[in-house]
Design a protein around this ligand. Structure first.
Ligand code: HEM
Length: 333
């Protein structure tokens, strides 16, 4: 009797306050910010120093490093699979549609890895380096700070098909994009907040051309794109050619991490179709866009939370995976 009362008590407590599985992975390993405190106490400082140097040399590098972490996490989890070059056994994710002629920052990751191998050999994973570099890039450009949970290990394989299928494309519908986020355990709040990354960085003409000339197959531009902005974009993004020409995702403050991306969406001047649909295709996401456009602090708080959540997608922990010595290839034994 006493037993069952106790049991019911425990059950009802659980119902009121479910246990926190924050940061817990399905395999049972936790990520935590202090992971390298003893094994490589200078790790975070070294990453920050090299990221700062790279961003000082080229402001856009902050955006490129932030995006690398995203493109890594959406494919087999945050396991540095994106960094592997093609080899006898590996078909590199660098060849996928979202990454080809687009993903960048690999040399900066190499430089960080080389410095860390000197400081504490075979200790800091390439996946953790990317998570730290994404955070540092955000802070360096004026965005929020957060403690990065650590302890990810690196994959011994890559997935070209995962890269092609899991990472949303700029011309995907709102529903498709949301579904791709949900498949990674992320929700609509995460989608809108993380899309706020487009407050920094560039996109190529080929990523949004369709909107300028033939959005839905009737030879007309996208009517949800401000027509004078569209005319301006057409001058450097012609009907054909100029595929690689670059445009700021946030033309108001392209190298500053702020909430102007959301203000731009209110003005129908989002560059990518995937940006503008956050305002036009769903009442729930529209309200979130407005909220972040009016309140930068709310955006920053949610961005930090959602980045931690994204960084927790299926990491390899414990004895799974390995700590690569060179981020571009699996270790040889
Ligand atoms: C919601 C779905 C998303 C879509 C469809 C999307 C699509 C794109 C596209 C097409 C580009 C330009 C690529 C090019 O033309 O070379 C881009 C750039 C970028 N994306 Fe996203 N993205 C999404 C979400 C995210 C997320 C979640 C993050 C980070 C957490 C992110 C960070 C970035 C950054 C920083 C850039 C600029 C990169 C640079 O300048 O090198 N994006 N994105």
């Amino acid at each position: 009797m006493g037993h069952s009362v106790g049991f019911i008590l425990v059950l009802s407590l659980l119902a009121v306050a479910p246990p926190c599985f924050c940061g817990k992975t399905i395999a049972g390993g936790y990520l935590y910010p202090q992971f390298y405190d003893h094994s490589c106490p200078k790790a975070q400082e070294i990453v920050k120093y090299i990221v700062a140097k790279a961003v000082a040399k080229e402001a856009r590098m902050a955006a490129s490093l932030l995006r690398l972490h995203f493109h890594d996490c959406f494919v087999k989890g945050c396991d540095a699979s994106i960094l592997l070059d093609s080899s006898r056994t590996i078909i590199s994710e660098k060849r996928s549609n979202p990454n080809r002629n687009s993903a960048r920052g690999f040399e900066v990751i190499d430089e960080i890895k080389a410095a860390l191998e000197k400081e504490c050999p075979h200790t800091v994973s390439c996946a953790d380096i990317m998570a730290l570099a994404a955070r540092d890039s955000t802070v360096l450009t004026g965005g929020p700070n957060w403690e990065v949970p650590l302890g990810r290990r690196d994959s011994t394989g890559a997935s070209l098909s995962g890269s092609n299928n899991n990472i949303p494309a700029p011309n995907n519908t709102f529903q498709t994009i949301l579904t791709k986020f949900k498949l990674q355990g992320l929700n609509i709040v995460d989608l809108v907040a993380l899309s706020g990354s487009h407050t920094i960085g560039n996109a190529r003409c080929t990523s949004f051309r369709q909107r300028l000339y033939n959005q839905s197959g009737n030879g007309q531009p996208d009517y949800t794109l401000d027509q004078s902005y569209a005319a301006q974009l057409r001058t450097n993004c012609p009907r054909s050619g100029g595929d690689q020409n670059l445009f700021f995702l946030d033309f108001v403050s392209p190298i500053k991490f702020d909430n102007s991306y959301f203000k731009i969406l209110l003005a129908y001047r989002g560059l990518l179709n995937s940006d503008q649909v956050l305002f036009t295709m769903s009442a729930v996401s529209r309200e979130l866009v407005k909220k972040y456009a009016y309140n930068q602090e709310l955006f920053f708080q949610q961005f930090a939370k959602s980045m931690i959540k994204m960084g927790n997608i299926s990491p390899l922990t414990g004895y799974r995976g390995e700590v690569r010595k060179n981020c571009r290839k699996v270790n040889a034994y």
